[in-house]
Ligand binder design. Structure first.
Ligand SMILES: [Zn+2]
Length: 242
């Protein structure tokens, strides 16, 4: 603190410092108080996150069974996801501990990686994988929408929350085999009738956004629905890949 106060600080910084004295912000990963130039996750935790900028599309684009046969443009995930690792802890907090800002923060990180790869490619729309309305009401937000918000801040794309809807509650996936998961997801999404876009649907590049990529069943199901509705260019973006 002493070193900070000796620096020249603007009024905005000053207000933030004052605010943090009363309600200190802590790192969402380790719980340690954040420094003034840190945000959501401390630099020490950030340096230990498995951020390989994994480019699935450059390696084996369709090794995930749920994406097999789909003519996707690219599949990108920000972090390798290991059991009990930091990435898994953060995504658990995002989904189950009412921490939507973690999604926005990690979405920004993913956006910065995509900028390095030459995105944007306009016109592009971000399509968060929807939650069933009941589940979203219980959670208070859709974590995929939070990730899309962070991506939108960095890349300047529009988030299209209403392009896919989830008309039925999908049973929990965790107790099911890979084949059962695929069947379970097949009927999970639809494009609502009367959806309006400024340009014909085939002119857009759709980026389907989700928190974690496991079998690819969920995002694959979304992609199939968009292809069936006439979309031509579709890519997949997730925070983690299991
Ligand atoms: Zn930390």
């Amino acid at each position: 603190m002493g070193t900070y106060i000796s620096q020249k600080i603007g009024f905005g910084d000053f207000k933030r410092t004052l605010f943090n004295l009363i309600w200190p912000e802590v790192c969402q990963a380790c719980g340690v108080g954040l420094l003034t130039d840190e945000n959501t996750i401390c630099l020490r935790c950030l340096s230990t996150l498995p951020l390989p900028n994994l480019r699935l599309a450059d390696q084996d684009p369709f090794s995930l069974s749920g994406l097999t046969g789909l003519p996707l443009v690219s599949v990108h995930s920000l972090m390798a996801f290991r059991k009990h690792g930091l990435a898994q802890r953060l995504i658990h907090k995002l989904k189950y501990e009412n921490q939507p800002e973690i999604g926005v923060y990690l979405g920004r990180l993913l956006g910065q990686e995509l900028l390095k790869l030459g995105f944007p490619d306009h016109p592009t729309l971000l399509v968060p994988v929807p939650l069933h309305p009941k589940r979203q009401r219980a959670r208070g937000y859709n974590q995929a929408t939070m990730v899309a918000k962070g991506l939108a801040e960095v890349l300047g794309y529009e988030v299209l929350d209403a392009v896919l809807i989830r008309p039925q509650v999908t049973e929990s996936q965790t107790s099911k085999s890979r084949g059962q998961r695929l069947i379970n997801m097949q009927q999970a999404f639809e494009v609502p009738t009367g959806m309006k876009l400024d340009l014909p649907i085939e002119n857009y590049h759709f980026l389907i956004v989700d928190d974690v990529l496991t079998t690819g069943a969920t995002v694959g199901s979304c992609a199939r629905v968009l292809f069936a509705a006439g979309a031509d260019k579709i890519s997949v973006l997730t925070l983690g890949i299991a």
